[in-house]
Write a protein that binds this ligand. Structure first.
Ligand code: ZN
Length: 153
């Protein structure tokens, strides 16, 4: 777990400094405004590709988040390639997911970009609701997160 947190810290600092794009429910807020207030808006960072290269996942994610009650200051790390995804899973010592995991203490959800173009598990919408379930219960229980997804999506 400690390795995971160090890894995520490094990744997020790197990503936020270099390749961060902002997202807000208010379309009038531009990227400069978003970056100036990083704790007030959800942020999406990409790994393994620029936001443009990863647009196949960034665009549907932004679209989906418009109608989902993720906390306003939540962060997302989109992992754009399967090679990077495998590396992150290995470094974080995570084995039980093909699509996403959430680090509650870092207020960050890590998402495999591939799920936005290939049906994985129960589809990316279900995955996003499942991860939100972890946030809402503030717990790692898969049953509770899955029930939240089932009840709310
Ligand atoms: Zn889960």
């Amino acid at each position: 777990m400690k390795r995971l947190l160090v890894l995520l810290g490094v990744l997020l600092v790197f990503s936020l400094a270099d390749r961060c794009i902002g997202q807000s429910s208010d379309p009038a807020v531009n990227v400069q405004g978003t970056l100036a207030a990083p704790h007030l808006v959800r942020t999406i960072a990409t790994l393994g590709g620029s936001p443009k290269q990863c647009a196949f996942a960034v665009d549907p994610l932004i679209q989906e988040l418009r109608s989902m009650p993720y906390p306003a200051d939540w962060s997302f790390l989109l992992v754009c390639t399967d090679a990077e995804w495998e590396t992150i899973l290995r470094m974080a010592d995570i084995r039980n997911t093909d699509t996403a995991f959430t680090v509650l203490s870092k207020r960050t959800t890590i998402l495999r970009a591939k799920m936005f173009i290939h049906p994985l598990e129960r589809g990316y919408k279900n995955t996003l609701w499942h991860e939100l379930g972890h946030i809402r219960c503030n717990c790692v229980s898969e049953d509770r997160a899955s029930k939240y997804a089932y009840d709310n999506k």
